[in-house]
Design a protein around this ligand. Structure first.
Ligand code: SF4
Length: 425
């Protein structure tokens, strides 16, 4: 067979992990279960879970036969290529037939996405070495980095990996990719990231267009009026059959809101540092129809809230922020719990002039507005009252930036000073 007739077998090529590796490409170009943001082959053209005999075992063996008898023996025969090899339903037969003809060990390079399937586990059992890759530590990052087929989840992939590792008698080399500096809300911090680390921020478009509806802030004069408005907002959304997630800044605020919801006869779950152990379970259920969840802003971040049956048709998850945070990024992280992966969803902040943000960072304007509107129990939203929250947040962000730079300068100084004493000691 001439080299030009070789369509699925290539090499041997030098491989950093496998020495001289003879590669076998089992799927057409970019047929994959993932569409990884870092994929050097470009965007996935066929994002699928459908397993087919894209290339038959006969075709592979016909190409391999002359190479297996040649004196120039590779260290490994690697099933890999320009997509996900386990999508080829003939992979088990290919491995078995290679093993019948040669002692050269067979390695499978896989993204591990299908290892939860019993037939994929069974097919790979005859291999000598399996090299799955792992890029994410939770479902949020999994969705962002690997952009998987919609039927895949981080949990499913990890469970499959664990189950396969228990069954497999050969070696598993787990390849962990550490992607530095990946976050959902770095865009607004680009200036600081550049000034301090000299690193540019690159915005990666969302997997699917975001259709979240974010309403303008609803402002109240006092805290009591604000909490009453939040309870009414929760009731309204709950009665429409939609799930609602209320974010609070502190454990104490989450407990206060929990009491008010109980008094109003609204059943709910609370997710805060106190109930850390139940976090995954509570978050998993937070997208169920009419579900009410109260969570501190930091709790359960990075976890996708999956919508329950019929929830998308009713408008998806509604997020209520009960205070604006010192950093706009934290607000965005909370709002970002809704309308993920192209789902519908909405968000609103219901705030008051008693909130810590304006009391600390815009005390004079907030006091003047309180004098003017303090007696009012109805909403006092307007350009002026909303602006005071933006001003306070910008001031708080500038202050935090100055503090971070101060800490950095002290760090550098200590490094230099301690380095000097160590070298002379
Ligand atoms: S799993 Fe591999 S082939 Fe598929 S998109 Fe990711 S890097 Fe590319």
């Amino acid at each position: 067979m001439k080299p030009s007739d070789m369509r699925h077998v290539y090499g041997p090529v030098p491989s950093r992990r496998l020495g001289r590796s003879l590669g076998i490409d089992l799927v057409p170009f970019k047929v994959c279960t993932y569409d990884c943001i870092y994929c050097q082959l470009g965007r996935t053209t066929d994002l699928t879970l459908e397993r087919k005999a894209y290339v038959t075992a006969e075709n592979i063996m016909a190409e391999l036969a002359p190479i297996l008898t040649a004196a120039d023996r590779p260290d490994y025969i690697s099933l890999a290529g320009s997509g996900e090899p386990t999508l080829n339903s003939a992979i088990g037969e290919v491995i078995r037939r290679i093993k019948q003809q040669t002692e050269i060990p067979v390695a499978v390079l896989t993204n591990g996405a299908l290892l939860w399937m019993a037939e994929v586990q069974q097919a790979l059992l005859a291999a000598d070495l399996v090299l799955p890759s792992l890029d994410a530590g939770d479902d949020g990052l999994f969705q962002k980095i690997n952009r998987p087929h919609q039927a895949l989840s981080f949990e499913r992939m990890i469970d499959g990996l664990a189950a396969f590792t228990r069954r497999f008698a050969g070696a598993v080399w787990l390849e962990v990719l550490l992607l530095k500096g990946m976050t959902g809300t770095a865009a607004e911090a680009w200036r600081e990231v550049w000034q301090i680390y000299r690193l540019p921020v690159v915005v990666i478009p969302t997997n699917r267009p975001c259709i979240r509806k974010t309403a303008p802030d609803r402002v109240h004069a006092g805290a009591d009026a604000k909490w009453a408005a939040i309870v009414e907002e929760v009731r309204r959304v709950h009665q429409a059959g939609r799930p609602v997630l209320v974010g609070t800044r502190s454990v104490r605020a989450s407990e206060r809101l929990s009491e008010l919801l109980t008094d109003a006869g609204l059943e709910h779950d609370v997710l805060n540092a106190v109930r850390h152990r139940e976090e995954a379970q509570i978050i998993a259920g937070a997208g169920a129809p009419a579900k009410i969840t109260v969570a501190t802003n930091m709790a359960g971040r990075g976890t996708d809230i999956k919508l329950g049956e019929g929830v998308a048709e009713r408008g998806g998850l509604h997020v209520v922020a009960s205070e604006r945070h010192e950093s706009g990024r934290i607000d965005r992280q909370l709002f970002g719990r809704s309308a993920r992966q192209g789902d519908p969803g909405s968000a609103v902040a219901i705030v008051s002039l008693d909130d810590e943000l304006v009391r600390r960072h815009a005390p004079h304007v907030a006091a003047a507005l309180r004098r003017r509107h303090g007696h009012r129990t109805i909403e006092i939203s307007g350009p002026m009252t909303r602006r005071v929250f933006d001003l306070a947040q910008r001031k708080a962000e500038r202050q935090s930036l100055r503090q971070r730079k101060g800490v950095l300068r002290t760090d550098d100084w200590l490094d230099e000073y301690l380095g000097f004493t160590a070298s002379t000691g």
